[in-house]
Design a protein around this ligand. Sequence first.
Ligand code: B12
Ligand code: SF4
Length: 443
Amino acid sequence: MKIGFLAMSGVRACDPRLLELGLTLPGFVSRSKVIASLPSLGLLYLAAVTPEHHDIVYHDVENIDALPDSVVDCDLVAINTFSAQAPEAYAVADRLRESGVLVAIGGLHASVMPKEALAHADFVVVGEGENTWPEVIRAAEEGRRGMIFNARNFPSVDIDKLPVPRFDLLADRPYNRFTIQTSRGCPWCCDFCASSVMLGRPFRQRPVDGIIRDLEALMAVREKPYLEFADDNTFANKRWGRELCDALEPYGLKWFTETDLSVADDRELLRRLRPAGCRQLLVGLESPNSQALTGVEEKFDFKARRVTGMADAIRRIQDHGVTVNGCFVLGLDHDTVDSFQRIRDFAFEVPLYEVQITVMTPFPGTPLYGRLEKEGRLLYPGRWDRCTLFDVNFQPRNMSVEELQEGLYQLMEDLYSHDAVRSRREKVIKRWRNLTSLRTVDA
Ligand code: B12
Ligand code: SF4
């Protein structure tokens, strides 16, 4: 069979004002451009477990009206879904099926809405795909259709034995960044988290030599790739994190990843990050107000407990030559209209080199979604295209929808304007110039 792997690229937002703002705000646009050009690692893993006798093609599309012929003439096409692009994924799937192509849909959204997805596909996969995908192919070959495969009914994916993602399929593609995965899931349990609650139980880290094997495979395709780790929380385990840094250092690459604030507790790990190539850590701070965070992380109230000392922890990380991209969620249940000002002040006072603000988003399948649904606070149930992290989809508890939207616009202008970005960054660099070890380095 000829098998296609189809990823949707690009960032999404429905609100036209946001799109308009995004086009003019450099801090926002530069990050959007970067992330819009990442390949789909999930599909590259599926390609890697596809039996060798099949022909395979990988494509990503931003404009779903322009499907390449090499996809349309496939026998079977695998499509990945995030909630925000699920309607587009379904539209593409419908079109492919009309042309006689078999379609398999998987990924985060299909994993929580499998019946919905099955209306647009011949096969739907719930959960991780490495062990289920070969079965889907077999079913396609045997003429079976209309099936939901649940990874729970297959042996669980052994993270120590992940195949090398098929980076070779990207050889002629214009990506500027590439993802590698070092771990799956996260030890924490935030009620709004759409990734680790669905696919990440339990939290698993890969052996370091497996990560290096993948890196070398990637470097055979792109000599000096800029890496983003497609992880939820890379440095949850500090000892393993130090080992990973030691192994990465000789490659002289630059990379970015996501982790929690506890990375700042381990000075030895901090010392190894920059030499290993780490240039930025994205950290979910969510709010500078511990009351707003109470209960958000459901196991140990980890996030609320980290608010004291948050600013110092960020400075400690940045003082090791690694910038912090601090992420804040707007519209938490304890947030009021005053919360926007607190975030703005915090970002400039620390200062944070980079800031990301998103709106609290009830993704289907999360505890947050269930709670807001019960409380009758979902404004657009089923409008998955609005699950962008930027569009307001729920009734906030302590402000109106309009106040939340206005707060987002204003904060975007305040944090992402040329002057704001330059001022925060210059302060970080100035601090570096006073540190002997960082006197000559750049971000
Ligand atoms: C890298 C990344 C991106 C890249 C994606 C590149 C690409 N073309 O795929 C970029 C930067 C483009 C991106 C964009 C967006 N992202 Co993003 N992103 C991630 C991140 C950090 C890692 C994803 C990843 O590579 N995972 C590793 C791979 C191995 O896992 P996987 O993709 O889930 O695939 C496995 C299974 O799902 C399954 N599978 C997947 N597809 C299929 C298909 C078939 C047929 C089968 C059998 C199996 C299968 O098998 C795979 C292997 O086990 C996640 C966080 C996370 N941990 O998932 C957020 C995340 C997926 N992103 C998110 C969001 C909200 C977005 C945006 C909507 C933001 C925006 N406003 O634009 C956009 C969506 C735009 C779009 N194009 O769809 C949310 C999605 C929540 C949800 N339920 O939808 C996440 C979970 C972040 C978060 N915590 O909120 N993102
Ligand atoms: S810390 Fe981040 S990745 Fe981990 S559960 Fe919370 S939101 Fe998800």
